[in-house]
Write a protein that binds this ligand. Structure first.
Ligand code: SF4
Length: 512
């Protein structure tokens, strides 16, 4: 008999084909990210147990775990279970994070969610999709426990309190978590969940379902989209038009246009493509870049030497790591700085700092070091200033005595990406994007991210998190990789800036 656990049920809800592949083929999608989320989720769950101390943990798989759960519930001697398990005759398998045992087989089930927002407060963002995500999940648990012969009296979601700030040496679980009684909402969902669970089992036991996401918006696709549709993910696909909306894709499909190179100027305008998309198509077709030299010159003229090219790497940990920080607050754990004293062709001076441990003392040291090496004046050049400014604001929030320093840095910021996102330099090699990783291969080809062990920001954050738990040698190796990566980001900015300066120099009229 096919056993349907909660994960497979939720995967079916994401998409039948996605769930089918995971269950029947063991197909992997974004596994390293999932592993980190799993590890962090476990930390949050273990912390939540302090709300209901003294429980017994159920271990083992399926039938053995379900039997042990039943034995402890019926013993009358245990009040709290962690990972209580239900396995029904019709093959539903559920493990509840925390279960309180009441009289006569009545249970209160608590599901712990690693989020600040389960969609049930008046100021929730994406309330409907959040509610759907979390309520169907716990409704499945209730269905399975009731079908296994228990009475589920109450169901709660436990989630993190986004306004919590770490004030003591350790996290206070009573302030860190919020509990929401979702009994009514879950009751209303049960008939739908029951029907869906049956459909999921039928689907998983049958043929591979079709994949129809080629006409769905990005947010509706599963993480397997690119694996399932390699033909749509290649550079020439209309899917790679910057910010393309699904409605426009449908229109292009109706005209049998699947490749960027097939979109004429006329069709692009008729289908309502944006200026950015039209530029991307134009450079793709001609193979020649669009370069607005006067505008680039005017932007670069705003720079004041010395030029400080700055980049941070940050982590948004669910359980606050630093005094006064909040759950998921982005906190910089590393910076790299390259300084061009005269703003010209020289080799930059290089500075950097990486937190060897997650401690308040080290965070203070990082800021002290940044203040020590940062020139007192001149422009601070970053790529994508929104992120860098928010990292600086968060540091200022945690270290109020540094507020003036960071306000000054924010005032001096120059966002080099704006030359590209503002469409003053569009190159076919950028593939419609303006991230450093897309611009670098064209304008700074001597610095290849593919030579690095760490090559993008979310990976850097994951690796720093991982490094903290590793033995000395492995940790040092990861730290070296992180330093190299962050330095690359600043050095690539320097090279792009120097490239632009040379480009403009070629424009100047010859001196007679
Ligand atoms: S890409 Fe879309 S249709 Fe295909 S498996 Fe994923 S969610 Fe389902």
């Amino acid at each position: 008999m096919l056993v349907l656990d909660k994960t497979n049920y939720i995967n079916y809800r994401i998409c039948p084909r996605y769930g089918w592949h995971r269950l029947n083929r063991g197909t992997q999608f974004n596994e390293d990210i999932k592993e980190q989320l799993y590890r962090q989720g476990m930390e949050v769950e273990i912390l939540s147990r302090k709300l209901f101390p003294g429980g017994w943990e159920i271990s083992g798989e399926r039938q053995a775990a379900a039997d042990r759960t039943e034995e402890l519930i019926d013993s009358g001697e245990v009040k709290v279970l962690y990972q209580a398990t239900a396995l029904t005759r019709d093959g539903l398998l559920a493990k509840a994070d925390i279960t309180l045992i009441k009289k006569d087989r009545e249970l209160h089930i608590y599901e712990v969610k690693m989020t600040n927002d389960v969609g049930l407060s008046p100021d929730s963002r994406d309330a409907e999709s959040r509610k759907e995500k979390y309520l169907y999940d716990i409704a499945f648990q209730k269905l399975a426990f009731e079908n296994a012969g228990y009475r589920v009296g109450k169901v709660f979601l436990i989630h993190m309190n986004g306004g919590y700030r770490l004030k003591t040496a350790t996290v206070d679980p009573n302030k860190f978590f919020k509990q929401v009684d979702v009994g009514q909402e879950v009751e209303a969902l049960l008939p739908a969940v029951k029907a869906e669970a049956e459909q999921a089992k039928a689907c998983y036991g049958g043929e591979e379902p079709p994949c129809e996401c080629h006409l769905k918006a990005k947010g509706k696709r599963c993480p397997g989209f690119e694996q399932f549709h390699p033909e749509l993910a290649n550079d020439d696909s209309v899917y790679n038009l910057n910010g393309i909306r699904v409605q426009r894709i449908k229109t292009l499909y109706e005209r049998s246009i699947l490749k960027i190179g097939e979109i004429t100027e006329e069709v692009g305008v008729e289908t309502g493509l944006s200026r950015k998309q039209l530029n991307q198509i134009a450079v793709h077709r001609t193979g020649r870049p669009i370069i607005d030299k006067p505008e680039i010159a005017s932007m670069l003229n705003r720079l004041k030497p010395p030029l400080s090219f700055l980049d941070y790497e940050a982590i948004n940990y669910p359980i606050p790591l630093f005094a006064d920080s909040r759950p998921f607050q982005q906190i910089a754990f590393q910076f790299s700085l390259c300084v061009l004293e005269n703003g010209e062709e020289e080799e930059p001076a290089k500075y950097e700092y990486l937190l060897p441990v997650a401690s308040d003392e080290e965070l203070k040291r990082l800021v002290d070091e940044l203040r020590r090496v940062m020139p007192a004046g001149g422009s601070v050049v970053v790529w994508h200033q929104g992120a860098e400014v928010s990292f600086q604001n968060n540091l200022a929030e945690l270290l109020p005595e540094e507020k003036t320093f960071f306000e000054d840095l924010n005032r001096r910021i120059f966002d080099l990406e704006k030359i590209f996102s503002g469409q003053h330099y569009v190159h076919p090699g950028f593939k419609g994007k303006t991230s450093l990783k897309n611009v670098a291969p064209v304008l700074a080809p001597e610095l290849s991210y593919s030579d690095l062990n760490i090559s993008e920001g979310s990976q850097a954050s994951r690796m720093w998190d991982q490094a903290l738990g590793e033995a000395d040698e492995v940790r040092q190796k990861i730290f070296d990789d992180l330093l190299r990566y962050c330095h690359y980001d600043t050095l690539v900015m320097v090279r792009i800036y120097q490239h632009l300066k040379r480009l403009l120099a070629r424009l100047r009229p010859p001196i007679c």
